[in-house]
Design a protein around this ligand. Structure first.
Ligand code: ATP
Ligand code: MG
Length: 354
């Protein structure tokens, strides 16, 4: 029996609702498969925990997390804590501490789901987001607070090693897809240092992948291309900030923010990788039982793949697609189903599958 140790961190808002749903389908898959088992430990780290203890991650917390095979993460963000405090308190220390430099965000319109875009069926993208440096490196400062000469700087930090490894990762991924097409997204017309370095290193790495078609787009221009010519994109590689914005757009264009999954990978597998839905805490629907669990299910499928459980991952996506095709949709997709309805339907499909 293959055993995988999963650290579940549901955290804030709808996080606990969608992670509970995700664990339920994972459990159904494991018992159906019979070849593997998940040992899940729940961690209560959240904004509520922070308000009580003064920190999100207790001392020794990251050391403890290191002993797991994967981290299954909900959402962080609370109306009681400034967003930059909660993000830097919980999610970024894990992503950066475990060198999860490759953030992978596929976007596709699932069967039965309507894209707000005419021609949305053509969306089949993977956005590769640099996840360890760049605009979110945490460099910058404030001076002369409150005075007219007050300054705030936010310095994007790019290193050759950091840029080269994300490009290489994106090329490897693009090479495995049918279209074998990688689009580089930067803003190297207006930003002439780090962004130009991004472009240069991209073409250096490209020389090692002659079978991958490449092109280049400025970040502003690529938003219009995503909307007007979705078919012309396949894999996109971009910086931490740019890809963050593009992947919200990609999720919305593929039907809802409640659908998009994320893998934060530590590709060399020295540390555990972290899997989370793209969406945030969604205060407006928290506790109502209507959060769309599909993003979390798709995320769980990516986690299974990472753990080497490819058959279970495929079975899960088949179940999810059967359920979306059946129009068992939560309100964000225009339906009336609850989180529990969708979860039950997915579990039923898994149990009935051969
Ligand atoms: P963050 O800052 O953490 O990225 P956010 O401010 O971008 O969060 P979200 O919490 O992701 O915002 O929510 C944005 C909108 O999308 C909200 O109206 C929310 O209800 C909706 N939404 C997000 N996730 C889901 C989901 N799983 N199911 C249904 N609706 C969702
Ligand atoms: Mg967001």
């Amino acid at each position: 029996m293959r055993v995988h140790k999963i650290a579940a961190i549901p955290a804030d808002g709808i996080g606990p609702e969608v992670i509970a749903a995700g664990l339920e389908v994972l459990e159904a898959l494991a018992s159906h498969d019979g070849g593997f088992k998940l040992e899940v430990e729940n961690f209560p780290w959240s904004s509520e925990y922070y308000l009580e203890h003064g920190h999100y991650i207790p001392e020794g917390g990251l050391e403890k997390l290191k002993t797991f095979d994967a981290i299954f993460f909900g959402a962080v963000g609370s109306q009681q804590v400034p967003d930059h405090v909660s993000l830097w308190g919980l999610r970024l220390p894990i992503a950066q501490g475990f060198d999860q430099y490759a953030n992978i965000r596929p976007a596709r319109v699932l069967p039965g789901v309507n894209s707000p875009l005419k021609g949305g069926e053509d969306i089949d993208w993977v956005i590769v987001r640099e996840n360890s440096e760049g605009e979110y490196a945490g460099h910058g400062g404030r001076a002369h607070k409150g005075l007219p000469i007050e300054v705030g700087t936010e310095t994007a930090v790019f290193t050759r090693a950091g840029v080269e490894r994300i490009h290489r990762f994106a090329f490897e991924l693009a090479q495995k897809r049918p279209a074998k097409h990688l689009t580089l997204v930067t803003k190297s017309n207006a930003q002439r240092f780090g962004m130009v370095m991004w472009d240069e290193i991209f073409y250096e790495v490209a020389a090692d992948y002659p079978d991958v078609k490449v092109d280049r787009e400025l970040v502003d221009a690529v938003t219009t291309r995503m909307v007007l010519k979705p078919k012309t994109l396949d894999v996109v590689v971009a910086t931490n900030l740019h890809a963050d914005i593009l992947s919200d757009l990609a999720a919305a264009l593929s039907g809802s923010l409640g659908i998009g999954p994320t893998a934060n990978l530590n590709p060399d597998r020295r540390f555990p990788s972290m899997f989370e839905p793209i969406h945030g805490s969604a205060f407006d629907i928290t506790g109502k039982g209507v959060a769309n669990p599909v993003a979390t299910f798709w995320t769980a499928a990516m986690m299974l793949e990472h753990l080497g459980e490819d058959a279970a991952a495929r079975r899960l996506m088949q179940a999810v697609e059967a359920v979306t095709a059946d129009k068992i949709h939560t309100p964000d997709l225009g339906g009336k189903a609850t989180t529990a309805d969708v979860t039950r339907a997915v579990c039923d499909f898994i149990r009935a599958s051969t």
